[in-house]
Design a binder for this molecule. Structure first.
Ligand SMILES: Nc1ncnc2c1ncn2[C@@H]1O[C@H](COP(=O)(O)OP(=O)(O)OP(=O)(O)O)[C@@H](O)[C@H]1O
Ligand SMILES: [Mg+2]
Length: 278
């Protein structure tokens, strides 16, 4: 175990009280690396001894399974409609790391009758809290209302961007909406495909400046992930875990409040409140 790896494992264990933490990776612009980094964050946390569930919330364009070369036969939608048990939609990556594909699940959930929503959400809460230390949501790009709902309900909202001006503008737009319309006050900004740390830091500073001026949000700098030419090869070979990338991801996780104090209201309760407010 590297030093960063040990620090991440310890940092999480310290705050452990059998409850589950929820993290979402969101971006304004597409293609910035949400899926790659959700998977690698999940792998780093699970290697540190945590049980991790990744939920591919990219309804319609799900692609975690493509990156991992594992094909789920059933999705969260099948679970919602009673066509599958929860264990049948779980895809095992290793003993500590699982993922599920949402299909159009979360989108559909909000459209079911109220008592059914209540039952399903309670069941999801039980399943998460009985089995996982972490649930990570890989969301679709943009400001779809379901992405806003999930990202504003998690404990750690990660906003991912690249240094490209269009991606930066869209990241800020997402932060502004999440802050003004969904009441999110604290964000973790991660800059992917950076040439170096300074470049990423400049992106952070520009977003931070705007956020300070026009929102009430606090932007925390989660760090920088280098552009790597070889990543595309790994993705083609369906093995997205890269040791040097994972070292950087450990550094990023160290910047996040992995042992944060849990709020009174759990993630799933916050989701319920949001669904019923619509
Ligand atoms: N650090 C990196 N260095 C080089 N290429 C990268 C890096 N991160 C991601 N990529 C490449 O960027 C592309 C998009 O990555 P990924 O699918 O993870 O993005 P995404 O944000 O999930 O996309 P979408 O918005 O479509 O869901 C992939 O081809 C991946 O290889
Ligand atoms: Mg994706």
């Amino acid at each position: 175990m590297s030093l960063d790896q040990q620090a991440v494992a310890l940092k999480h264990k310290e705050g452990q009280d059998s409850k589950t933490r929820y993290l979402a990776v969101a971006s304004g612009k597409g293609g910035v690396g949400k899926t790659l980094l959700s998977i690698n964050m999940g792998k780093c946390l699970s290697d540190g001894g945590s049980k991790v569930l990744i939920i591919d919330a990219d309804f319609g364009l799900s692609n975690i399974h493509l990156m991992l070369g594992l094909n789920p036969e059933k999705t969260l939608s099948d679970f919602f409609y009673g066509r599958a048990e929860f264990k049948d939609i779980l895809v095992k990556v290793n003993d500590n790391l699982y993922f599920i594909s949402s299909g159009s699940g979360i989108y559909e959930l909000a459209r079911l009758p109220g008592d059914q929503i209540l039952n399903l959400v309670r069941r999801l809460q039980e399943l998460s809290e009985d089995n996982y230390d972490w649930v990570i949501f890989d969301t679709p790009p943009g400001i779809h209302e379901d992405t806003l709902m999930v990202t504003s309900a998690v404990d750690i909202p990660v906003i991912l961007t690249t240094p490209e001006p269009t991606a930066v503008a869209d990241a800020y737009a997402l932060i502004k909406i999440l802050n003004r319309e969904s009441g999110v006050e604290s964000f973790y900004l991660l800059v992917n495909k950076a040439e170096n740390y300074r470049e990423a830091e400049k992106v952070y500073e520009s977003i931070q400046l705007l956020a300070e001026k026009f929102t009430t949000a606090k932007i925390n700098f989660a760090g920088s992930i280098k552009y790597r030419k070889n990543i595309i090869r790994r993705i083609i070979n369906q093995n997205p875990f890269d040791s040097s990338l994972m070292e950087e991801v450990y550094g990023v996780l160290k910047n996040m409040p992995l042992n944060l104090k849990l709020r009174e209201e759990s993630f799933w309760q916050r989701i319920l409140t949001k669904i019923f407010k619509r």
